[in-house]
Ligand binder design. Structure first.
Ligand code: GUN
Ligand code: ZN
Length: 433
């Protein structure tokens, strides 16, 4: 297979930026070359010193080439219900979400939705995501089959829920366990797929189901665990009524052995000091979902308090509570939430978080999230002059440009996407590359 060389401005993070002038935290090449073979990056450096050989050269100048974006939490089965008009979380779940997810019991539905879902990820520059499927195993099959077809590194799992939801969505502690076992065997490590054991949240799982989740996590330490934590006041109160013996919401998952470095906790907004300490000690990841938190009026994520306590933090869209598939739109809303908290999110930190930061949250540094030899050639090409208003205000420095992309950018700013070295955006819908 002949190598491919992408030419353009290259940006990739090396560590978490410690301020606006932390130039040691990233690699930036004004005229860079990324050499790709067999789906992987084999070299990165200045174009002038690249070994061109007989490689195919794709010139993306003047655009910026970054690692593909990573989305740490979303519900692919909610793709068709973004913008459901509801007040807050529990009403939104009961009125819209649980109705929508029941459609996945019908033959053919999951396949159709997953095709659209992956198109939307690619359109927005997201090359890896961690998704909840519905409680129907066939929704998981459709999810991973489509990922395999597109050669994408995707993580996900069957949502487990055995109470406080419509009958048609509920499994049982035993069937949730059995189905999850089968799905892990079928999909974890097949192609680039990785499995996430997914008890939905404390409200929809009995003690028996959390116990079964503990067993699954212990039997499959290679898998991730994902659930929701401390999103909304009414949700927290109901959870504590259901688990009166636990000290707080985090304590519920702690009591069932579900917290560890492969655990992703969506939202994690209203945490007390004990909970924050437990997250830091266990290495569990608090996942910030800004567009969802604003849309559902859930609260303002306390980024700096968690960070200072040593909690690992990830970023996500939380479709369909979230309102955009775009990680650029997501970071723009994150920035505004932190403005209200009098906390600053620098543009360097934002782009770190979407790439290497989220890869680290998944313990996948060395596989995705950076443009480095040996890593997958999952890349996004950004056009900072994609729209008329973006062209009005062209940034003069790299930081200006990143902030412009975050503040005004969306799917239109994604000029191209590469998945394992293959063009993925310009080939959507069968269009010629
Ligand atoms: N908590 C439990 N399920 C969900 C969900 O589907 N979306 C959000 N935002 N929160 C949840
Ligand atoms: Zn969610």
């Amino acid at each position: 297979m002949t190598a491919k060389i992408l030419r353009g401005r290259v940006l990739s993070f090396l560590s978490e930026p410690q301020g606006l002038d932390d130039v040691s935290s990233f690699l930036y090449l004004e005229d860079g070359a990324i050499t790709i073979a067999d789906g992987k990056i084999v070299a990165v450096g200045d174009y002038a010193s690249a070994e061109l050989g007989d490689a195919e050269i794709v010139d993306h100048r003047p655009h910026l080439i970054l690692p593909g974006f990573i989305d740490l939490h979303l519900h692919y089965v909610q793709s068709q219900m973004i913008a459901a008009y509801a007040g807050s979380l529990l009403e939104w779940l009961n009125t819209y979400t649980f109705v929508e997810e029941q459609k996945f019991g019908q033959q053919g539905h999951a396949g159709a939705v997953s095709a659209d879902f992956y198109d939307e990820l690619i359109r927005n520059g997201t090359t890896t995501a961690v998704a909840y499927c519905s409680s129907h195993p066939r929704s998981v099959d459709a999810y991973f089959a489509e990922a395999e077809r597109r050669n994408m590194l995707m993580i996900g799992g069957k949502v487990m829920m055995d109470r406080n939801a419509p009958e048609a969505l509920c499994d049982t502690a035993q069937s949730g366990y059995d189905d999850t076992k089968i799905l892990i065997e079928r999909w974890h490590g097949r192609g680039r797929g990785l499995y996430a054991i997914s008890p939905r949240f404390a409200i929809t799982s009995t003690t028996a189901q959390l116990e079964a989740s503990r067993t699954l996590a212990a039997e499959h330490p290679e898998c991730y665990v994902q659930t929701h934590l401390s999103e909304n006041d009414a949700e927290i109160s109901f959870s504590m009524e259901l688990y009166p013996d636990s000290p707080d919401y985090t304590g519920i998952y702690e009591d069932y052995g579900l917290l560890g470095p492969r655990t992703l906790l969506g939202h994690s907004i209203h945490l007390n000091h004990r909970e924050t300490r437990v997250l830091a000690e266990t290495g569990a990841v608090a996942v910030f979902c800004p567009t969802s938190n604003l849309f559902l009026g859930s609260g303002l994520f306390d980024h700096d308090r968690l960070q200072q306590a040593g909690v690992r933090i990830g970023m996500a869209t939380d479709i369909g509570g979230g309102t955009s598939f775009s990680m650029l739109r997501t970071m723009d809303e994150a920035y505004k939430i932190l403005q209200l908290r009098k906390q600053r999110l620098t543009p360097l930190s934002s782009f770190y978080k979407m790439t290497l930061g989220n890869a680290r949250a998944l313990s996948l540094e060395g596989t995705i999230g950076t443009i480095a030899p040996g890593n997958a050639a999952d890349l996004v090409v950004l056009d900072s002059g994609a729209t008329p208003v973006m062209r009005l205000r062209q940034g003069s420095s790299l930081v200006d440009e990143l902030f412009l992309l975050q503040t005004l950018g969306d799917d239109r700013a994604i000029a191209e996407v590469y998945v394992a070295g293959a063009r993925a955006k310009s080939t959507l819908g069968g269009l010629a590359a």
